[in-house]
Design a protein around this ligand. Structure first.
Ligand SMILES: NC(=O)c1ccc[n+]([C@@H]2O[C@H](COP(=O)([O-])OP(=O)(O)OC[C@H]3O[C@@H](n4cnc5c(N)ncnc54)[C@H](OP(=O)(O)O)[C@@H]3O)[C@@H](O)[C@H]2O)c1
Length: 426
């Protein structure tokens, strides 16, 4: 039997236009394949006269958000967490199912949304909120449900990954590449969210909350962006057989959860090390499955819209079955977090040191006093008068030990400027 579902979209910009297009073009196919009739009943925008670069029935276009009261599924594609939050909560309170691509909204207001969803017994789906076309939410919530997720590591910001890839391959500065990315439309006019790691942090809140069933918020994690990275390190890192990536990391230990966002050295021989340009990839390690790698386009009109339409269809097909609705959005328990100071990592350290005998011995002594082993040391050619860059790859060490040792090393009169520290994930 044909199930008829009225869909209302709030926001018809980059993603919204893609959703309208797919719904219109695949209307008949969805009827035939799934016996679902997805009627696009209303599209709400801010400015009705904007050129939308797509042909659709203008009679359904409005600026009146109240028109969403007449649909079954509300698709929120406005962005931000002010109007969007009102649209979503209002829809849920009216017992409408909701699809959103809005990571900031889900990450920041999870508990409020969950309470509303539970009260109204509706579905809230947000596959497109993390990594666009890459079906990571579904993989964690459905495919890997039999696994305990031991860790996940992801490259989940295409803008940052594009900038890092270009810096590496062309040897140009972050400022120059960022300007180019903005001109090409790969980076926002205000790129803060992308390059300071906050966008990744929001996405990691969602992934870690789902993977571990606990409350993970941005305040719980260490967040460091890519703005301090220098192009000269890119060359040294390549020589060592690594690439640098802005990683979202979540690892589960008995004593708590390690969640963080920062640039990290990844071996070029690992698949994550080969993910370049605007692509996203997430490596999820289940206790039974081992490593699973998801890879694809993390943003853009159609990759994101495809994920949104997938969520709409999932809801429509649940409604069709007239069974109790699956609850895709869950309550989160309180978690213990391991502070970054207690985390053990290997490190890439670059120092600018005086080109004279005995300097290296003093530095290795200090590392030794803090229980930090050294895996390799590379001394580069003199670059400035008697100063030489010294690149040290360490063994595993606690972060607080590393920080203390670097404070002591920086205080040496044979060391110039501040040391560069980049964690290694191998
Ligand atoms: N772009 C991507 O590649 C991508 C990828 C993954 C997730 N997302 C998420 O998808 C969502 C939408 O992103 P987008 O890039 O499509 O945004 P966008 O291009 O800026 O579009 C936003 C849309 O919202 C409408 N809007 C803004 N304020 C409104 C209001 N008060 N009432 C009604 N409509 C309003 C705008 O109307 P007007 O057109 O009239 O101005 C516009 O159509 C965001 O949450 C974003 O994080 C985007």
């Amino acid at each position: 039997m044909m199930t008829k579902v009225k869909v209302g979209i709030a926001g018809c910009g980059i993603v919204g236009i893609g959703v309208v297009d797919i719904l219109q073009k695949r209307f008949e196919e969805f009827r035939e394949l799934y016996q679902v009739e997805l009627e696009l009943a209303v599209v709400v925008v801010r400015n009705i006269d904007s050129d939308r670069d797509i042909a659709f029935d203008k009679a359904i276009l409005t600026t009146d958000l109240a028109m969403l009261d007449n649909v079954d599924i509300v698709v929120e594609l406005i962005g931000g967490d002010t109007v969007a939050k009102d649209v979503v909560l209002n829809a849920i309170h009216q017992k409408k199912h909701v699809v959103t691509a809005n990571k900031a909204l889900v990450a920041k207001h999870w508990d409020i949304l969950f309470e509303a969803v539970r009260g109204s017994q509706v579905m809230l789906k947000f596959e497109a909120a993390v990594a666009g076309a890459v079906p990571v939410i579904k993989t964690i919530q459905e495919s890997l449900i039999g696994n305990k997720i031991e860790e996940l590591k992801g490259i989940i910001n295409g803008t940052a990954n594009y900038i890092l890839s270009e810096m590496e391959s062309r040897g140009e500065s972050l400022a120059l590449i960022l300007k180019e990315a903005q001109d090409l439309g790969y980076a926002e006019a205000d790129p803060t969210f992308d390059i300071e790691g906050f966008d990744v942090a929001h996405k990691l809140c969602i992934l870690a909350s789902l993977a571990y069933g606990v409350k993970v918020e941005c305040e719980d994690m260490y967040i460091q962006g890519i703005t301090d990275l220098e192009v000269k390190d890119m060359a040294y890192i390549r020589e060592l057989g690594y690439r640098i990536k802005l990683l979202a990391i979540a690892k589960k230990y008995e004593k708590g959860l390690d969640v963080r966002v920062h640039p990290a050295l990844v071996p070029e021989s690992q698949i994550l090390g080969a993910v370049s340009g605007p692509y996203n990839a997430i490596d999820i390690k289940g206790h039974a499955s081992g490593d699973i790698l998801l890879y694809g386009q993390g943003a853009g009109r159609y990759p994101t819209a495809g994920a949104v339409v997938g969520d709409i269809l999932d809801i429509a097909r649940c409604l069709q079955k007239e069974q109790p609705l699956p609850f895709f959005f869950s309550e989160r328990k309180k978690a213990e977090f391991i502070p970054i100071e207690d985390i053990e990592n290997r490190y890439y350290i670059r120092l600018n040191v005086s080109d004279q005998p005995g300097v290296l011995a003093k530095i290795t002594n200090i590392f030794g006093e803090h229980a930090i082993g050294i895996a390799s040391v590379i001394q580069k050619e003199v670059v400035l008068e008697d100063q030489v860059p010294l690149v040290v790859m360490t063994g595993k060490a606690r972060e607080d030990n590393m920080r203390r040792s670097l404070d002591e090393i920086e205080a040496l009169d044979t060391v110039f400027g501040s040391p560069t520290l980049i964690r290694i994930e191998d």
